[in-house]
Design a protein around this ligand. Structure first.
Ligand SMILES: [Zn+2]
Length: 325
């Protein structure tokens, strides 16, 4: 079983890989384990993010009003270097695709398409947030990218994993776009690094078998990849009626909203930047209204609140989901 590295082991592994590591005060005991009643681990891989902003080290430590910190295990500044932010369960991955988790655990490649958000990614993945807006006018300095490679390689090496245990957030959760660089290129760099021999101080934990991630919703059908994820119409309608009036980023029905947004992105009605936060906000309402008008609806029938027919057609057209009423 892949038991998470202790704080000391994490530091030793990162330093042995050649990284200079800065420690945020309190990082080694900063986690979500007690608050959620869920402990971190067993672990199966590492996840790469971009922060979608700048100067966000403290944000990643403290969290947002709707998402308590820590928001990652490590934060990698554009020029500020690598910082330890949390140790244990952290709020970086959210709800992710179980098929992709299984592929990571088994180190299969390529990874399957992330078309569901049916498993807890915060339980089993280490998370790195890289300071970058994710926009094309914000390049990753070579030194920053290199440190991200070393971070991933260090954790893989410590656990005896290959580069196939590395994923981007965009590969595990529908609608996510981070990180903005190519993950196959990134994994190729991690592999190159893992092929090198580094200092003997890196702890190696034997990992004969990785654990199977558990599905938090046992009532779901388990017929495998052939069955499409389902969106519950009544829950989605409730989200569309609740989220826009609630505070920014309010989440009522994360999995269904993310699938709906992923479908709207696929058809060009919603910009990727707005998808994947699980909130059926005003931008999603506007995008959904465009889809309804495309289907010929007008007036209150095109107000952006999903209906059975429009949602069914959205799922069918994109092939992303079926609807349950
Ligand atoms: Zn992310």
């Amino acid at each position: 079983m892949a038991t998470p590295l202790s704080a000391e082991e994490t530091l030793a592994a990162l330093q042995a890989e050649g990284l200079t590591v800065h420690e945020h005060a309190g990082w080694a005991t900063h986690n979500r384990d007690a608050a959620t009643g869920k402990s971190f681990g067993p672990v199966i891989g590492v996840l790469i993010h971009h922060t979608a902003g700048h100067n966000d080290k403290e944000l990643c430590f403290k969290g947002r009003s709707d998402l308590p910190g820590p928001l990652c295990h490590s934060w990698l500044g554009k020029t500020d270097g690598l910082w330890m932010i949390g140790h244990g369960r952290t709020n970086h991955a959210g709800a992710v695709d179980l098929d992709v988790l299984n592929a990571l655990r088994e180190e299969k490649s390529p990874l399957p398409l992330d078309n569901q958000a049916d498993a807890d990614g915060n339980d089993c993945l280490y998370g790195l947030e890289i300071e970058n807006t994710g926009k094309s006018d914000d390049p990753y300095p070579d030194a920053q990218y290199r440190q991200a490679v070393l971070w991933a390689a260090a954790l893989c090496r410590a656990h005896g994993w290959s580069e196939k245990s590395v994923a981007g957030h965009k590969e595990v959760q529908p609608g996510k776009i981070d990180p903005s660089f190519d993950m196959d290129d990134f994994r190729a760099e991690v592999k190159k690094q893992l092929d090198l021999t580094v200092g003997k101080t890196a702890p190696t934990k034997p990992t004969p078998t990785k654990p199977t991630p558990t599905k938090p919703t046992p009532t779901k059908p388990t017929t495998g990849k052939a069955s499409k994820p389902r969106v519950d119409l009544s829950r989605l309608v409730k989200a569309a009626k609740t989220d826009p009036g609630a505070k920014q980023g309010h989440v009522s029905y994360m999995a269904g909203t993310n699938l709906t947004e992923a479908a709207l992105v696929k058809l060009g009605y919603l910009a990727k930047t707005y998808a994947g936060d699980g909130s059926f906000g005003t931008t999603t309402i506007a995008a959904y209204a465009k889809w309804q008008r495309h289907l010929g609806y007008t007036g209150t029938e095109a107000d952006g609140t999903p209906g059975k027919i429009s949602l069914g057609k959205l799922g069918d057209t994109t092939g992303l989901f079926t609807v349950v009423a």
